[in-house]
Design a protein around this ligand. Structure first.
Ligand code: TXE
Length: 486
């Protein structure tokens, strides 16, 4: 079924600039979700390799700090150029990682953009000075790198996390140990190889695919001074308990159950297109930026629903390596079974009316983990369907009458990652955006993250930010230096 590709899959652990294939974490058959069959066998890092990588990172950090800001900046620009030259390969590696359609090749250009943006910070002022009240002493407020940062990436965003976490950490002067998910090792390893190829100090970026064991070893390592975790809320709790070992600070980018609010004065064609993309279609609903609750004002409920369902129903489903395909499988057999259980439960519990999808896709796609894009309407926001993160191609359409009701429903969730507002009344859109408990609000726009804008969650969607000045400062610690002037 799948289109063949002549890409050589990188496999191994990138430690201190060397790709090693021996590991204490065992070997893992990487299953390609579009076929349900292995496309590689990869070594997983255990505590031994994590320890080696942290040592290599400290050596590289010290070397990195001997480079002038101009030299660090120029090396990052060279890295951006190398990513640019490899964009087609990154698109295919992303697909071979987790079967995201190659047509959705947005993450490698984003990586290039983040590198170019944060390279520009390297030779800009990070600190300041201040007078002190009782003397004429010199008081400097400096921002210094942590040294070695541990970055843990989810399977659905290794390049996004490389862009939004690894790159700012490097620009701030740190070395990084990046642990991509065992379910998506390839694109991250290629990124690490490019870091070596362009001349970054060996060990400045270490890439160690691993599962929970390697991740836990990274979080607990005393040589790791800050952890950036991106993943699910339950895993975050485990990570925070482990980080308590050394009181290591953590940034947590977690899940969501985002609301997508369509007001009566919205452009319904644009709202339907954005809502379809952000709902069940983008990465088959497997993105934290997905909006799985679609709130629609009564005055346009039927008209919008017709457009929305038509948009979702016309997704081109098939081989992710086929550039004409826009919708692929979910990540694993277990994820497919979990999502189908959620759908069955929603039907059994009468959470709403199943108007589209709801089943596994068979035929030529039966070996892969394909689930039909699924839409429930008339959903009650108190139902499990509306309150639990499905992390799959399932959306709940919820009707509302007034602006106040829309805000109440949107905020009635334990999460707070994204929110979407569709209205041509920008006073209303701005007023509503200010009341929504979410770290990112998108008005008449899809979730197009940029290096300039900070991204992160409210409530149980996490804390800390990636991107923007806020994202850079996550990788800098503040030191106050006071010099007596006699
Ligand atoms: O998460 P998991 P997944 C969220 C998304 C969903 C989840 C799916 O909403 O909830 O991530 O991604 C490693 N100690 N986001 O299934 O299982 C694991 O190997 C240390 C939000 O990957 O939590 C993987 O590398 N590490 C996000 C990573 O943790 C451990 C964007 C995440 O795994 C570990 C994308 C342990 N004990 C997805 N156990 C956003 N907000 O931007 C596992 N891991």
């Amino acid at each position: 079924m799948t289109t063949s590709t002549d890409i050589t899959l990188p496999r191994g652990l990138l430690i201190g600039g060397d790709l090693v294939t021996r590991s204490s974490g065992g070997m893992h058959d990487h299953i390609y979700p579009a076929t349900g069959r292995p496309n590689a066998t990869i070594p997983l890092a255990g505590a031994t390799e994590i320890d080696q990588a942290v040592d290599a990172a400290w050596t590289a950090h010290r070397e990195w700090m001997t480079f002038t800001p101009a030299r660090r900046r120029d090396l990052l620009v060279a890295l951006a150029d190398a990513v640019h030259e490899n964009l087609p390969e990154f698109a295919q590696l992303n697909t071979l990682d987790y079967a995201v359609p190659v047509s959705y090749a947005a993450t490698a250009p984003l990586l290039e953009e983040f590198i170019r943006h944060f390279a520009g910070y390297v030779d800009k002022p990070h600190g300041s000075s201040t007078p002190v009240s009782g003397s004429f002493d010199v008081n400097l407020i400096e921002r210094e790198p942590y040294g070695v940062v541990g970055v843990i990436a989810p399977w659905n965003g290794s390049l996004v996390v490389s862009a939004s976490c690894v790159v700012p950490a490097l620009a701030a002067g740190n070395a990084v140990v990046l642990k991509p998910s065992e379910l998506a090792p390839f694109a991250a390893l290629r990124f690490g190889e490019l870091c070596v190829r362009v001349g970054l100090p060996a060990g400045l970026v270490n890439v160690l695919p691993a599962g929970a064991e390697g991740g836990d070893a990274l979080v607990r390592h005393p040589g790791v001074r800050k952890v950036h975790f991106t993943g699910g809320t339950d895993t975050a709790r485990t990570v925070l308990r482990a980080a308590a070992t050394n009181l290591t600070p953590v940034v947590a980018e977690l899940g969501g159950k985002s609301a997508n609010i369509v007001f009566g004065d919205a452009d319904l064609d644009i709202a339907a297109a954005i809502s379809g993309h952000q709902g069940p279609l983008m990465q088959a609903g497997q993105s934290c930026a997905c909006a799985s609750r679609v709130l629609v004002q009564s005055s346009v409920y039927d008209a919008f629903l017709d457009k929305f369902v038509a948009t979702v129903a016309t997704a081109t489903i098939g081989d992710p390596l086929d550039p004409t395909v826009s919708y692929g499988p979910v990540i694993s057999e277990s994820a497919a079974n979990r999502i189908l259980r959620d759908i069955d439960d929603a039907v059994t519990q009468g959470a709403g009316e199943l108007v589209l999808g709801g089943k596994r896709i068979g035929g030529a796609l039966s070996d892969g983990y394909y689930i039909e894009p699924t839409v429930f309407t008339g959903v009650d926001n108190s139902s499990a369907l509306a309150q639990t993160e499905t992390f799959g191609p399932v959306v709940a359409v919820i009707r509302f009458d007034t602006e106040e009701e829309a805000i109440r429903i949107a905020n009635d969730t334990r999460y707070g990652l994204n929110a979407f507002v569709h209205s041509n009344d920008l006073s209303r859109a701005h007023r509503v955006a200010r009341t929504l408990e979410a770290g990112s609000v998108w008005v008449n726009h899809f979730s197009d993250i940029s290096p300039q804008g900070p991204y992160g969650g409210y409530k149980q969607s996490g804390f800390g930010r990636t991107g923007g000045l806020e994202g850079l400062q996550e990788f800098l610690q503040v030191k106050n230096i006071r010099i007596a002037m006699r």
